[in-house]
Design a protein around this ligand. Sequence first.
Ligand code: GLY
Length: 342
Amino acid sequence: MEKLVYCTENSETELFIGKPWYEIGDHIDISNTIIITDSNIHSIYGDNFPSCPVITIDPGEQTKSITTVESIVEQLLEKGCDRTSFLLGIGGGVICDITGFVASVYMRGVNFGFISTTLLSQVDASTGGKNGVNSGVNKNIIGCINQPSFVICDPEMLKSLPEEEYISGLGELVKHAFIRDAGLLGFIEENIGSILNRDHNLLTTLISASVKIKIDIVTSDEKERGIRRLLNFGHTIGHAVEIELGMKHGFAVSYGMLMAAQISVEMGLLDRNELGRIETVLNKLKLLTDIPQELPDVTEAILKDKKVEKNKIFFVLLEGIGNGVIREIRTDDLVGIIKNKK
Ligand code: GLY
Protein backbone atom coordinates (compact mmCIF):
# COMPACT_ATOMS: atom_id res chain seq x y z
CA MET A 1 0.00 0.00 0.00
CA GLU A 2 1.24 3.49 -0.78
CA LYS A 3 0.01 6.61 1.00
CA LEU A 4 0.43 9.95 -0.76
CA VAL A 5 -0.61 13.33 0.61
CA TYR A 6 -1.06 16.50 -1.40
CA CYS A 7 -1.86 20.01 -0.26
CA THR A 8 -3.51 22.84 -2.12
CA GLU A 9 -4.44 26.33 -0.97
CA ASN A 10 -7.33 25.26 1.28
CA SER A 11 -7.02 21.54 1.71
CA GLU A 12 -5.02 18.41 2.35
CA THR A 13 -5.90 15.18 0.54
CA GLU A 14 -4.76 11.69 1.49
CA LEU A 15 -4.48 9.05 -1.24
CA PHE A 16 -4.35 5.38 -0.30
CA ILE A 17 -3.24 3.31 -3.27
CA GLY A 18 -3.39 -0.47 -2.90
CA LYS A 19 -5.53 -0.30 0.27
CA PRO A 20 -8.47 -2.75 0.48
CA TRP A 21 -11.59 -0.64 -0.06
CA TYR A 22 -13.55 -2.40 2.69
CA GLU A 23 -11.18 -0.86 5.27
CA ILE A 24 -13.09 2.38 4.63
CA GLY A 25 -14.22 2.38 8.30
CA ASP A 26 -10.72 3.72 9.17
CA HIS A 27 -11.59 6.98 7.37
CA ILE A 28 -15.21 7.84 8.07
CA ASP A 29 -17.64 8.33 10.92
CA ILE A 30 -20.34 5.92 9.76
CA SER A 31 -22.98 7.68 11.87
CA ASN A 32 -22.58 10.86 9.80
CA THR A 33 -21.72 9.62 6.28
CA ILE A 34 -23.92 9.23 3.22
CA ILE A 35 -22.77 7.01 0.37
CA ILE A 36 -23.39 8.05 -3.24
CA THR A 37 -22.98 5.25 -5.75
CA ASP A 38 -24.46 3.81 -8.95
CA SER A 39 -26.63 0.73 -9.35
CA ASN A 40 -23.82 -1.35 -10.98
CA ILE A 41 -21.40 -0.72 -8.13
CA HIS A 42 -24.16 -1.24 -5.59
CA SER A 43 -25.02 -4.65 -7.04
CA ILE A 44 -21.36 -5.79 -6.96
CA TYR A 45 -20.16 -4.33 -3.63
CA GLY A 46 -23.31 -3.10 -1.82
CA ASP A 47 -23.49 -6.07 0.57
CA ASN A 48 -20.13 -5.02 2.04
CA PHE A 49 -20.80 -1.27 2.22
CA PRO A 50 -20.51 0.25 5.69
CA SER A 51 -23.93 0.67 7.29
CA CYS A 52 -24.59 4.25 6.14
CA PRO A 53 -27.56 5.60 4.16
CA VAL A 54 -27.00 5.06 0.42
CA ILE A 55 -28.14 7.20 -2.52
CA THR A 56 -28.02 5.18 -5.73
CA ILE A 57 -28.10 6.74 -9.19
CA ASP A 58 -28.13 5.24 -12.69
CA PRO A 59 -24.71 4.45 -14.15
CA GLY A 60 -23.40 6.30 -17.21
CA GLU A 61 -22.47 9.72 -18.51
CA GLN A 62 -26.12 10.69 -19.21
CA THR A 63 -26.69 10.78 -15.43
CA LYS A 64 -24.09 13.52 -15.02
CA SER A 65 -26.65 16.31 -15.09
CA ILE A 66 -27.99 19.11 -12.96
CA THR A 67 -31.24 17.10 -12.63
CA THR A 68 -29.30 14.36 -10.82
CA VAL A 69 -27.66 16.98 -8.60
CA GLU A 70 -31.12 18.30 -7.60
CA SER A 71 -32.39 14.81 -6.93
CA ILE A 72 -29.40 14.01 -4.68
CA VAL A 73 -29.80 17.31 -2.81
CA GLU A 74 -33.48 16.51 -2.15
CA GLN A 75 -32.52 13.08 -0.80
CA LEU A 76 -29.83 14.60 1.43
CA LEU A 77 -32.43 16.97 2.86
CA GLU A 78 -34.88 14.11 3.43
CA LYS A 79 -32.16 12.20 5.29
CA GLY A 80 -31.56 15.22 7.53
CA CYS A 81 -27.99 15.88 6.35
CA ASP A 82 -26.43 19.07 7.64
CA ARG A 83 -23.15 20.93 7.22
CA THR A 84 -21.30 18.33 9.30
CA SER A 85 -22.36 15.41 7.08
CA PHE A 86 -19.75 13.62 4.99
CA LEU A 87 -20.38 12.40 1.42
CA LEU A 88 -18.59 9.25 0.28
CA GLY A 89 -18.65 8.61 -3.48
CA ILE A 90 -18.10 4.94 -4.39
CA GLY A 91 -17.71 4.60 -8.14
CA GLY A 92 -15.91 5.73 -11.25
CA GLY A 93 -15.49 9.15 -12.85
CA VAL A 94 -19.20 9.99 -13.03
CA ILE A 95 -19.76 9.26 -9.32
CA CYS A 96 -16.61 11.18 -8.32
CA ASP A 97 -17.57 14.20 -10.45
CA ILE A 98 -21.16 14.33 -9.15
CA THR A 99 -20.34 13.58 -5.50
CA GLY A 100 -17.60 16.22 -5.45
CA PHE A 101 -19.95 18.76 -7.02
CA VAL A 102 -22.91 18.05 -4.72
CA ALA A 103 -20.58 18.15 -1.68
CA SER A 104 -19.20 21.51 -2.85
CA VAL A 105 -22.61 23.16 -3.15
CA TYR A 106 -24.79 21.40 -0.53
CA MET A 107 -25.26 23.97 2.26
CA ARG A 108 -22.30 25.80 0.67
CA GLY A 109 -20.03 22.83 1.13
CA VAL A 110 -19.55 19.63 3.11
CA ASN A 111 -16.53 17.31 3.26
CA PHE A 112 -16.26 14.39 0.88
CA GLY A 113 -14.05 11.45 -0.13
CA PHE A 114 -13.96 8.70 -2.72
CA ILE A 115 -13.53 4.99 -3.14
CA SER A 116 -12.50 5.06 -6.77
CA THR A 117 -13.59 1.93 -8.65
CA THR A 118 -12.31 2.35 -12.23
CA LEU A 119 -8.78 2.75 -13.53
CA LEU A 120 -9.78 5.98 -15.27
CA SER A 121 -10.94 7.51 -12.00
CA GLN A 122 -8.03 6.06 -9.98
CA VAL A 123 -5.40 7.70 -12.20
CA ASP A 124 -7.36 10.83 -13.11
CA ALA A 125 -10.92 11.80 -12.13
CA SER A 126 -10.74 11.16 -8.38
CA THR A 127 -7.61 13.28 -7.88
CA GLY A 128 -7.12 16.96 -8.54
CA GLY A 129 -10.48 18.34 -7.45
CA LYS A 130 -12.32 18.83 -10.75
CA ASN A 131 -16.00 18.26 -10.02
CA GLY A 132 -19.04 18.92 -12.15
CA VAL A 133 -21.80 17.87 -14.50
CA ASN A 134 -22.59 18.17 -18.21
CA SER A 135 -25.17 20.39 -19.87
CA GLY A 136 -26.37 18.88 -23.14
CA VAL A 137 -23.30 17.96 -25.17
CA ASN A 138 -21.11 20.33 -23.16
CA LYS A 139 -19.01 18.15 -20.89
CA ASN A 140 -18.23 19.33 -17.33
CA ILE A 141 -19.50 22.80 -18.16
CA ILE A 142 -21.09 23.30 -14.71
CA GLY A 143 -18.51 22.62 -12.05
CA CYS A 144 -15.91 23.69 -9.56
CA ILE A 145 -12.48 22.81 -8.24
CA ASN A 146 -12.58 21.45 -4.70
CA GLN A 147 -10.40 18.68 -3.29
CA PRO A 148 -11.63 15.49 -1.57
CA SER A 149 -10.40 14.66 1.95
CA PHE A 150 -9.23 11.23 0.83
CA VAL A 151 -9.24 8.83 -2.10
CA ILE A 152 -8.94 5.05 -1.82
CA CYS A 153 -7.71 3.22 -4.93
CA ASP A 154 -7.96 -0.55 -4.57
CA PRO A 155 -6.55 -2.32 -7.68
CA GLU A 156 -8.54 -5.42 -6.69
CA MET A 157 -11.70 -3.55 -7.73
CA LEU A 158 -10.29 -3.24 -11.24
CA LYS A 159 -10.51 -7.02 -11.71
CA SER A 160 -14.28 -6.84 -12.26
CA LEU A 161 -14.09 -4.03 -14.86
CA PRO A 162 -15.12 -4.85 -18.44
CA GLU A 163 -12.03 -5.07 -20.69
CA GLU A 164 -12.95 -1.91 -22.63
CA GLU A 165 -13.35 0.10 -19.43
CA TYR A 166 -10.01 -1.10 -18.05
CA ILE A 167 -8.10 -0.42 -21.28
CA SER A 168 -9.68 3.03 -21.51
CA GLY A 169 -8.11 3.87 -18.12
CA LEU A 170 -4.67 2.93 -19.42
CA GLY A 171 -4.94 5.91 -21.81
CA GLU A 172 -4.86 8.43 -18.95
CA LEU A 173 -2.17 6.44 -17.13
CA VAL A 174 0.24 6.43 -20.09
CA LYS A 175 -0.55 10.13 -20.73
CA HIS A 176 1.24 11.04 -17.50
CA ALA A 177 4.35 9.19 -18.73
CA PHE A 178 4.26 10.93 -22.14
CA ILE A 179 4.10 14.42 -20.65
CA ARG A 180 6.40 14.07 -17.64
CA ASP A 181 8.28 10.79 -17.21
CA ALA A 182 10.18 8.91 -19.91
CA GLY A 183 11.33 6.43 -17.21
CA LEU A 184 7.72 5.53 -16.44
CA LEU A 185 7.11 4.95 -20.14
CA GLY A 186 10.07 2.52 -20.18
CA PHE A 187 8.59 0.70 -17.17
CA ILE A 188 5.21 0.44 -18.92
CA GLU A 189 6.89 -0.90 -22.09
CA GLU A 190 8.66 -3.61 -20.04
CA ASN A 191 5.48 -4.73 -18.29
CA ILE A 192 2.77 -4.75 -20.97
CA GLY A 193 1.78 -8.40 -20.27
CA SER A 194 1.34 -7.89 -16.51
CA ILE A 195 -0.51 -4.62 -17.12
CA LEU A 196 -2.99 -6.34 -19.43
CA ASN A 197 -3.33 -9.14 -16.83
CA ARG A 198 -4.19 -6.53 -14.15
CA ASP A 199 -1.45 -7.68 -11.77
CA HIS A 200 -2.31 -6.24 -8.34
CA ASN A 201 1.21 -5.24 -7.19
CA LEU A 202 2.21 -3.86 -10.55
CA LEU A 203 -0.98 -1.78 -10.68
CA THR A 204 -0.29 -0.39 -7.19
CA THR A 205 3.16 0.73 -8.41
CA LEU A 206 1.86 2.14 -11.70
CA ILE A 207 -1.16 3.95 -10.28
CA SER A 208 1.08 5.53 -7.60
CA ALA A 209 3.67 6.64 -10.18
CA SER A 210 0.98 8.06 -12.44
CA VAL A 211 -0.92 9.86 -9.67
CA LYS A 212 2.35 11.31 -8.30
CA ILE A 213 2.84 13.06 -11.64
CA LYS A 214 -0.70 14.41 -11.54
CA ILE A 215 -0.51 15.71 -7.96
CA ASP A 216 2.86 17.30 -8.60
CA ILE A 217 1.24 19.31 -11.42
CA VAL A 218 -2.01 20.03 -9.54
CA THR A 219 -0.23 21.32 -6.44
CA SER A 220 1.69 23.84 -8.57
CA ASP A 221 -1.40 25.01 -10.45
CA GLU A 222 -4.68 23.89 -8.90
CA LYS A 223 -6.84 26.32 -10.89
CA GLU A 224 -5.34 25.47 -14.31
CA ARG A 225 -3.88 28.85 -15.16
CA GLY A 226 -0.62 27.38 -16.47
CA ILE A 227 1.19 24.07 -16.04
CA ARG A 228 -2.00 22.07 -15.27
CA ARG A 229 -2.90 22.52 -18.94
CA LEU A 230 -0.31 19.80 -19.60
CA LEU A 231 -2.86 17.30 -18.30
CA ASN A 232 -4.97 18.13 -21.35
CA PHE A 233 -2.48 16.37 -23.65
CA GLY A 234 -4.53 14.59 -26.32
CA HIS A 235 -7.78 16.02 -24.98
CA THR A 236 -8.59 18.77 -27.51
CA ILE A 237 -8.81 16.37 -30.44
CA GLY A 238 -9.74 13.51 -28.08
CA HIS A 239 -12.82 15.26 -26.65
CA ALA A 240 -13.94 16.25 -30.14
CA VAL A 241 -13.63 12.66 -31.39
CA GLU A 242 -15.30 11.36 -28.23
CA ILE A 243 -18.31 13.60 -28.90
CA GLU A 244 -18.48 12.97 -32.66
CA LEU A 245 -17.91 9.20 -32.59
CA GLY A 246 -19.07 8.28 -29.09
CA MET A 247 -15.71 6.60 -28.34
CA LYS A 248 -14.74 5.78 -24.76
CA HIS A 249 -12.65 8.53 -23.16
CA GLY A 250 -9.27 6.77 -22.91
CA PHE A 251 -9.43 5.54 -26.51
CA ALA A 252 -10.40 8.99 -27.81
CA VAL A 253 -7.62 10.63 -25.77
CA SER A 254 -5.11 8.07 -27.08
CA TYR A 255 -6.09 8.98 -30.61
CA GLY A 256 -5.76 12.66 -29.68
CA MET A 257 -2.31 12.01 -28.15
CA LEU A 258 -1.14 10.25 -31.31
CA MET A 259 -2.35 13.19 -33.43
CA ALA A 260 -0.70 15.70 -31.10
CA ALA A 261 2.54 13.69 -31.28
CA GLN A 262 2.33 13.74 -35.08
CA ILE A 263 1.84 17.51 -35.01
CA SER A 264 4.84 17.74 -32.64
CA VAL A 265 6.95 15.93 -35.28
CA GLU A 266 5.70 18.29 -38.00
CA MET A 267 6.70 21.24 -35.80
CA GLY A 268 10.19 19.79 -35.31
CA LEU A 269 9.73 19.19 -31.58
CA LEU A 270 9.65 15.38 -31.54
CA ASP A 271 11.64 12.96 -33.66
CA ARG A 272 10.09 10.20 -35.76
CA ASN A 273 11.54 7.39 -33.63
CA GLU A 274 9.84 8.83 -30.56
CA LEU A 275 6.55 9.06 -32.45
CA GLY A 276 7.01 5.40 -33.44
CA ARG A 277 7.57 4.49 -29.77
CA ILE A 278 4.37 6.31 -28.75
CA GLU A 279 2.33 4.57 -31.46
CA THR A 280 3.79 1.16 -30.55
CA VAL A 281 3.04 1.42 -26.84
CA LEU A 282 -0.51 2.67 -27.51
CA ASN A 283 -1.02 -0.28 -29.88
CA LYS A 284 0.39 -2.78 -27.40
CA LEU A 285 -1.94 -1.44 -24.72
CA LYS A 286 -4.81 -1.98 -27.24
CA LEU A 287 -5.68 1.71 -27.11
CA LEU A 288 -5.72 2.30 -30.86
CA THR A 289 -8.11 -0.51 -31.80
CA ASP A 290 -11.03 1.85 -32.39
CA ILE A 291 -9.13 4.31 -34.60
CA PRO A 292 -11.45 5.89 -37.18
CA GLN A 293 -10.40 5.34 -40.81
CA GLU A 294 -11.04 9.00 -41.42
CA LEU A 295 -11.10 11.75 -38.83
CA PRO A 296 -14.67 13.12 -38.55
CA ASP A 297 -15.21 16.88 -38.82
CA VAL A 298 -14.17 18.01 -35.36
CA THR A 299 -14.27 21.75 -36.12
CA GLU A 300 -17.48 22.49 -34.25
CA ALA A 301 -16.51 20.41 -31.21
CA ILE A 302 -13.11 22.14 -31.01
CA LEU A 303 -14.65 25.62 -31.33
CA LYS A 304 -17.08 24.77 -28.49
CA ASP A 305 -14.31 23.40 -26.25
CA LYS A 306 -14.43 25.21 -22.90
CA LYS A 307 -10.66 25.58 -23.05
CA VAL A 308 -11.00 28.01 -25.98
CA GLU A 309 -10.37 31.60 -24.85
CA LYS A 310 -10.70 34.52 -27.31
CA ASN A 311 -10.37 32.21 -30.36
CA LYS A 312 -7.19 30.69 -29.00
CA ILE A 313 -6.50 27.40 -27.32
CA PHE A 314 -3.58 26.10 -25.28
CA PHE A 315 -2.52 22.99 -27.17
CA VAL A 316 -0.15 20.45 -25.62
CA LEU A 317 2.74 19.11 -27.71
CA LEU A 318 5.75 16.95 -26.89
CA GLU A 319 9.24 18.34 -27.03
CA GLY A 320 10.60 14.82 -26.62
CA ILE A 321 9.01 11.96 -24.67
CA GLY A 322 8.48 12.94 -21.03
CA ASN A 323 8.51 16.64 -21.83
CA GLY A 324 5.09 18.08 -22.59
CA VAL A 325 4.97 21.74 -23.64
CA ILE A 326 2.04 24.14 -23.90
CA ARG A 327 1.63 26.31 -26.99
CA GLU A 328 -1.09 28.92 -27.52
CA ILE A 329 -2.58 28.34 -30.99
CA ARG A 330 -5.37 30.14 -32.82
CA THR A 331 -8.32 27.75 -33.10
CA ASP A 332 -8.55 28.46 -36.88
CA ASP A 333 -4.90 27.43 -37.28
CA LEU A 334 -5.44 24.27 -35.24
CA VAL A 335 -8.52 23.32 -37.29
CA GLY A 336 -6.42 23.97 -40.46
CA ILE A 337 -3.58 21.71 -39.22
CA ILE A 338 -6.07 18.93 -38.39
CA LYS A 339 -7.88 19.25 -41.75
CA ASN A 340 -4.55 19.00 -43.61
CA LYS A 341 -3.89 15.70 -41.87
CA LYS A 342 -7.08 14.08 -43.24
N1 GLY B 1 -8.16 15.60 -15.99
C1 GLY B 1 -7.28 16.68 -16.10
C2 GLY B 1 -7.18 17.49 -14.85
O1 GLY B 1 -7.60 17.04 -13.80
O2 GLY B 1 -6.68 18.59 -14.91
